[in-house]
Design a protein around this ligand. Structure first.
Ligand SMILES: Cc1cc2nc3c(=O)[nH]c(=O)nc-3n(C[C@H](O)[C@H](O)[C@H](O)COP(=O)(O)O)c2cc1C
Length: 395
């Protein structure tokens, strides 16, 4: 029997076990629910949890420290309600939008996440196909488990590339060049991960908190060499027992150099303060992503739905503002659009889909989000994204 067959049989067995009941799955019986039976995005998570090795699941699901921001990313949505309008003709629903020359069927992109082989054997190839089939953009992580070039050519639908600078400048520029030559249409610079955070679930599992097990890391050797050769006489982060990435030394001067070398649309990911949104515009960013990295770096970073209004206001409509961290429902997305977001990115939901049902699961997660958004828009009396404004919500 194939590996996948074994996994499926094991999952079926586990679904029939008392463990399934403990996880509060609304399904009973002797089998795992069929994909079509799942009614919302949350339901993919426990199935993913049953199917993946514990450390893979914990790597995906976990946040930093005591996970306050992880909980608050969700809790913050509860403070916002809608002001639906009635007797408007909202029959001509159209969720599509254009971003940097690409038409997306709905305003949800796949956020960059590392190591998709932790969720499914095909890794990022499966994600790329799911995204393309839903006509939306996948943002490929620097820490992809599959080669950038091969993921880029998996489908014709445009994809973006996410950049973590490091371990040295030479490797950083090489990555940018590879992304350019592979045909990625926009670059996303992640700026919130200069210091490696403490993911306590992983530390308890005795897994190195930042490097997912099983993910190939072609730069590992180089990273070690760079650390040895370039260790400054007094390495203050080390003195405090901290581990860092190249990002902790970089500033807007680097950003401008990157903009010159990349030459295409460049977004900054990880913005949470209005001042940084304004600086992004000033330094020539083509877009910002309001993000707390899915609550994986700084605990007590604000929920992004709370941080969004000040960034939108500082950016002043000059460039698109995207947002991620905690988005699971169509209503979450509508709230962000009402607060001025151009689109939303999702990190864990596609991984839950992949972990639970492979490519089909990833696609279904996106479909559910699209359907829920369409429904929420229709019920609020808004047929198109352009019609959505602050009057849609109450907070
Ligand atoms: C398993 C996992 C791996 C991630 N890897 C990256 C990464 O390589 N680069 C990056 O910029 N963000 C990474 N992120 C953060 C996501 O891009 C995104 O900001 C976050 O997942 C959004 O929150 P959500 O998971 O609640 O949707 C990762 C998130 C998760 C859950």
């Amino acid at each position: 029997m194939s590996r996948r067959g074994v996994c499926r049989q094991l999952a079926g067995w586990m679904m029939a076990s008392p463990l399934a009941a403990q996880l509060d799955l609304p399904y009973s019986g002797e089998r795992a629910p069929a994909l079509e039976e799942l009614v919302n995005v949350f339901e993919f998570e426990p199935i993913c949890r049953l199917r993946l090795p514990r450390q893979n699941y914990d790597y995906i699901a976990g946040g930093v420290d005591a996970e306050w921001s992880l909980r608050n990313n969700r809790g913050a949505f509860d403070k916002i309600t809608f002001r639906p309008r009635m007797l408007v003709n909202a029959s001509n629903l159209d969720l599509s939008l254009e971003l940097f020359g690409t038409k997306l069927s709905f305003p949800v992109l796949i956020a960059p996440t590392a190591g998709h082989i932790l969720a499914t054997p095909e890794g990022e190839f499966a994600t790329a196909r799911a995204a393309a089939s839903m006509e939306t953009v996948m943002i490929l992580s620097t820490n992809s488990s599959q080669p950038y070039e091969k993921v880029a050519e998996t489908t014709k639908f445009p994809k973006w590339f996410q950049l973590y600078p490091g371990p040295d400048m030479e490797t950083t520029w090489e990555r940018v060049q590879r992304a350019k030559e592979s045909g990625f249409t926009a670059l996303v610079l992640t700026v919130d991960a200069g210091y490696n955070s403490h993911r306590e679930r992983l530390l308890r599992n005795r897994v190195q908190a930042q490097v997912p097990a099983g993910v190939r890391s072609p730069q590992t050797e180089r990273r070690r060499r760079v650390r040895e050769e370039e260790a400054p006489e007094v390495d203050r982060p080390k003195m405090y027992g901290l581990s860092t990435t190249l990002m902790h030394k970089l500033d807007w001067v680097f950003f401008e150099e990157l903009k010159k070398r990349w030459g295409g649309p460049l977004l900054v990911k990880g913005i949470l303060a209005g001042e940084d949104g304004a600086l992004a515009v000033q330094h020539g960013a083509d877009g910002v992503i309001v993000s707390n990295h899915g609550a994986r770096y700084l605990d007590y970073a604000p929920a992004t739905i709370d941080a969004l209004p000040e960034v939108v206001s500082a950016v002043g409509g000059k460039i698109p503002v995207l947002v991620d961290s905690g988005f699971r429902r169509g209503t979450d997305i509508l709230k962000a659009l009402a607060l001025g977001a151009t689109a939303v990115c999702v990190g864990r939901p596609p991984l839950w889909g992949l972990g639970a049902y492979g490519e089909a699961g990833c696609k279904r997660v996106l479909e559910l989000m699209r359907t829920e958004l369409a429904l929420a828009m229709g019920l609020c009396g808004k047929a198109t994204l352009k019609e959505i404004d602050r009057t849609v919500i109450k907070m």
